[in-house]
Design a protein. Structure first.
Length: 46
């Protein structure tokens, strides 16, 4: 969160909030589910 926040110029808390909201909208509960969702949609590559 610290690294992402620093590169975007926002606080780590803001990064965490947006991650939480994205997960809520997508209906995933864990970071692992979020990763699998992103992989299956081609948003990130292995």
């Amino acid at each position: 969160m610290k690294e992402i926040g620093a590169s975007l110029g926002v606080s780590p808390r803001t990064v965490a909030f947006h991650e939480y909201r994205i997960m809520e909208v997508l209906g995933v509960r864990t970071n692992a589910e979020l990763l699998l969702h992103s992989l299956s949609r081609g948003l990130i590559r292995q």
